[in-house]
Design a protein around this ligand. Structure first.
Ligand code: XIL
Length: 376
């Protein structure tokens, strides 16, 4: 289907009040030669960010950076089940239509995040899933979003965060989905998605797979076993999202272990995307210059390994500026460093994204920008 046809379809199906050229956010500025988008695409990679369309439209500085730097946009919230179906059968597509129209108008790709996630089940659905016919609720939600966006969105996180250690030998999270539908729910969800969106690339997205910690070793092993089982059973799984929420309290990134893990995934015939990159800081008491250097170094270490793996197709950060980060400085962080933030840096703000609060690029931006040079 052509770009124009898709655009016409999505726009015509969008709710009329959201349609105006202002909402489309068309900007004549083209991506500059040295943008992350340009640099990454020279290496056949994409760069992207999670966004909320309401913020993109309301904040001009954010919009400019999205337009300049990103090839691919991930809805931070708008596609999640509790966001589109807050009450049974009453679908609200306004936010996702807005993002889709913005993306199509500005020639940005979209990453479909996320269908089944234990943290985004609408309240009303939680208890109904285990009742007889519970799967029809999943089907209705899949049908609604995949029939509306299946043509405009090339890749989908069908299942998010299915692994949890300490409960079961197979490492599957004891989620409402597992409780309601048994261990086959992942395969079932992937088949369902394949049927509704035959062209789309189908993925599983997971976190906590980076560090040299016992629990993360276990998570890597269990995740690989899950992928292996699905591939051997012929389940339609095309790719994997590695969230990469890096964390400076977790020690040194083990490059060799990480490299092998990525290769093991690639050897299963799966492509990989780095889907939610950001860095949680630890020593907030340090001068800002040092904090920013640490965040950048961690990013560099991770991307050096990740972009060395040819199966990796792109990198998405979970937001662009510290203003919008989902990472919060915790009570523990404050307790550890009561004197932090006395230097005038914004209190309570984690500096783990490429742009600061007022959209000045930080050393992390440079670490990402230079990552393309190191791609083999
Ligand atoms: C987060 C959003 O950033 C928050 O704004 C929202 O309240 C909860 O979800 N892993 C994921 C993302 O897969 O969907 C989460 O996003 C962050 C962790």
């Amino acid at each position: 289907m052509s770009y124009k046809t898709i655009r016409r379809q999505v726009i015509s199906s969008a709710i009329a009040s959201t349609i105006s050229s202002a909402w489309l956010g068309i900007d004549s500025a083209h991506a500059a030669e040295d943008s992350l988008s340009a640099k990454f695409s020279r290496n056949k990679l994409y760069f992207g960010s999670a966004v909320r369309i309401e913020q993109v439209m309301a904040e001009q500085d954010l919009r400019a950076v999205v337009l300049r730097e990103c090839d691919c946009l991930t809805p931070e919230v708008a596609l999640k089940w509790d966001a589109v179906e807050a009450s049974p059968g009453a679908f609200d597509f306004r936010s996702m239509d807005g993002l889709t129209n913005f993306a199509l108008a500005n020639k940005k790709q979209l990453h479909g995040h996320t269908l089944l996630w234990h943290k985004s089940i609408p309240h009303w659905a939680a208890s109904s899933l285990v009742e007889k016919g519970g799967w029809t609720l999943v089907q209705r939600y899949f049908q609604a979003v995949l029939s509306r966006y299946g043509h405009a969105i090339a890749q989908w996180d069908v299942v998010n965060e299915p692994i949890e250690t300490g409960h079961r030998m197979d490492g599957l999270r004891n989620s409402p989905f597992l409780q309601a539908f048994g261990v086959d729910y992942i395969a079932r969800a992937l088949w369902e998605a394949r049927q509704l969106a035959p062209q789309a690339k189908l993925m599983i997205n997971e976190f906590g797979l980076e560090y040299d910690l016992r629990v993360e070793h276990d998570r890597r092993y269990l995740f690989l076993k899950l992928l292996e089982r699905l591939k051997h059973a012929g389940v339609p799984l095309d790719g994997v999202g590695l969230q990469a929420h890096l964390d400076l309290s977790k020690g040194v990134l083990p490059a060799d272990v990480l490299g092998r893990f990525l290769k093991d995934i690639a050897d299963l015939g799966l492509f990989i995307v780095i889907s939610e990159l950001d860095v949680k800081e630890y020593e907030y008491v340090l001068p800002v210059v040092q904090r920013d250097a640490r965040v950048a170094d961690e990013t560099r270490r991770y991307l050096d390994v990740a972009l060395g793996q040819p199966a990796v197709r792109g990198v998405t950060t979970w937001g662009l500026s510290d203003r919008h980060s989902w990472l919060r400085v915790t009570k523990d962080d404050f307790a550890r460093y009561p004197d932090a933030w006395k230097d005038g840096s914004s209190p309570g703000v984690n500096r783990g994204l490429p742009f600061d609060y007022s959209f000045k690029p930080k050393p992390m931006y440079r670490a990402i920008a230079e990552a393309d040079l190191r791609r083999r």
